[in-house]
Design a protein around this ligand. Structure first.
Ligand SMILES: C[S@@+](CC[C@H](N)C(=O)[O-])C[C@H]1O[C@@H](n2cnc3c(N)ncnc32)[C@H](O)[C@@H]1O
Length: 178
């Protein structure tokens, strides 16, 4: 079953790095696709596709004009919508529930930028806090993916990579054009 991300409310220029980092974390840690809403920004898609070209895999990026209708339809189609918000249930309390859902349903993890629209708090299937303290969408995403995949995402091998790192205690070694 797949795990996809919805990054809400992208703001041009201001959020470029953070939205790109959400995509990088999503890709590296086992999600298959990132949707984003707010301003359409082709640079986000282009840069994440460049990462696929070099580092492999087929991570997808798609702009959504209407995230509400997307989420409503996805829910009707059986996807499980997890909203990351500090107001939700704390991750350790729902971790097992999320893991068992992962085996049966597609999961869409929603992360915000500015204030989360209040109707989303009811549209989601589960609101999850990665601690009930304010921090960052990038950290929230990394931690929830780590819990969902129980750390196995750290060893993903990406198909069709042109670059591969040979881990070294000191220095660096990269194999090119595999
Ligand atoms: C930096 S916060 C933005 C907070 C914004 N100032 C507000 O008033 O909502 C951006 C996103 O990070 C995620 N986030 C931040 N802290 C979180 C937490 N403790 N648990 C889960 N997600 C969190 C949420 O998805 C949130 O929408």
């Amino acid at each position: 079953m797949s795990i996809e991300i919805l990054r809400l409310g992208h703001r041009l220029h201001r959020d470029y790095r953070i939205t790109t980092h959400c995509g990088l974390v999503a890709r590296a840690f086992g999600a298959t696709k990132m949707y984003y809403s707010g301003f359409e920004d082709d640079k986000i898609t282009l840069n994440l596709h460049k990462v696929n070209d070099s580092w492999g895999g087929n991570f997808e990026v798609q702009y959504l004009k209407n995230w509400r209708s997307f989420l409503k339809q996805s829910k009707l189609d059986g996807s499980f919508i997890i909203l990351c918000t500090m107001y939700g249930e704390n991750l350790p309390d729902v971790e097992q529930e999320i893991k068992s859902i992962k085996n049966n349903s597609n999961i869409i993890i929603v992360i915000g930028s500015e204030k989360i629209p209040s109707d989303l708090l009811h549209l989601s299937t589960l609101n999850v806090a990665i601690s009930n303290q304010p921090h960052s969408e990038v950290a929230a995403l990394a931690i929830i993916l780590d819990r969902i995949f129980s750390g196995k995402q750290l060893s993903i091998q990406f198909d069709k990579a042109r670059l591969k790192i040979v881990p070294k205690k000191q220095g660096k070694k990269v194999i090119y054009d595999l």
